[in-house]
Design a protein. Structure first.
Length: 262
């Protein structure tokens, strides 16, 4: 099973620094929690050729591709147009979305406009994913070879609502055998990264089938150990080796432990 995914975030405002892009963090955590893996996070401008080529390249590499942003009502919201051109699919108006939008507007004493209804445009053949906190729905588009393209609005609240309410449950059904990686954390204090590396090298520390990540901050270093779900023996052994080698610097204020990623 290919359990890897890519994220493509679209928006000039993301590249200029005007808007903080949290989609990679949110998507990565959501996927890791169900045993899938975000392997690439790309941010690109509002440009039709760039969007099209980036999406097609991602689909050539990865089974699950997520695209966020550019689904609003303004002239620079061009993600739908770019995807339609790149995938050779028509754009249609999703009537159920228009009905929902009209009801929401009416509840606030407003009327929908042609500009607002633009947010209900989707690619023909896409599975429409309801947006419970905004206007533009998400889309799930099946591509040849059992690949899937997920299209999501850019605002974080809307992105996460569709991700958690629609996409994650679907992925769980689609990948029932996926399991989160095992993660253990060893916390140290009073020692820097370079000194930790020196101690590990002198101790001939060479983990097998366990990946290490070092996260320093405020005079402490967290060492994250990650292993496949069936490598519990290896991760336990590696953690113990680390604790033995770094015994004088273990932070006992917070205990490490085993948990599944996410």
């Amino acid at each position: 099973m290919n359990n890897q995914a890519e994220l493509i975030s679209v928006g000039n405002e993301l590249l200029s620094g005007r808007t903080l892009n949290t989609h990679g963090q949110d998507l990565g955590a959501a996927l890791a929690a169900i045993g899938l893996q975000l392997v690439r996070d790309t941010t690109i401008p509002d440009d039709i050729p760039t969007i099209g080529s980036t999406v097609n390249e991602a689909l050539g590499r990865t089974r699950l591709v997520f695209v966020s942003g550019g689904l609003g009502p303004t002239v620079d919201d061009i993600t739908r147009d770019a995807l339609a051109e790149a995938l050779g699919q028509k754009i249609i108006l999703d009537r159920p979305t228009v009905v929902i939008m009209t009801e929401r507007y009416a509840a606030r004493g407003r009327k929908t406009t042609p500009a607002a209804e633009r947010q209900a445009l989707v690619l023909e053949g896409a599975t429409v994913l309801p947006n419970t906190v905004g206007a533009a729905p998400g889309q799930r588009i099946e591509r040849p070879g059992g690949k899937f393209l997920f299209v999501l609005p850019g605002p974080p609240g809307e992105f996460n609502a569709i991700l958690n309410e629609e996409i994650v449950p679907w992925l769980k059904e689609r990948f029932p055998d996926a399991r989160p990686n095992l993660v253990r954390i060893v916390r140290t204090k009073g020692i820097g990264e370079s000194d930790i590396v020196t101690i590990l090298e002198k101790g001939s520390f060479r983990p097998v089938e366990v990946e290490l990540g070092f996260y320093p901050g405020k005079g402490k270093v967290e060492i994250h150990l990650t292993a496949a779900p069936d490598k519990e023996t290896e991760i336990i052994r590696t953690e113990q080796q680390l604790r033995d080698l770094l015994e004088k610097f273990i932070d006992h204020d917070k205990k490490g432990g085993q948990h599944e990623e996410g």
